[in-house]
Design a protein around this ligand. Sequence first.
Ligand code: ZN
Length: 81
Amino acid sequence: MMCACKFCGSAFKRSGRAYLANPFCGERQCYEERLEASGAIDLRDNHRITLLDNGYMKIEPIDPTKLFKATRKEVADVGRK
Ligand SMILES: [Zn+2]
C-alpha cells in the first residue's frame, strides 16, 4: 500500500503491517533530520567504550553536548528559508 512518512510526509510503498512497525520513510535526509529533531547526541568520533566485568560494554559520549546535525543540501536549504 502507499504510505505517508509520519515525519516528512513523503509517499512510499510498504505493507500495512510493516508500516505499523515503522511509519517512517527510508530516505537518508529524513532519517538525519529525525535524529536532529530528537536531540540525539552525535557519537561519531565522540564516544568512549568501556568493557565491564560482566561481559557487556558501555558506550558513552565524550561530549554529551555535541548533538547530531543533519547534513543539508544547498537545494534543501533554499526551500527552508
Ligand atoms: Zn520521511
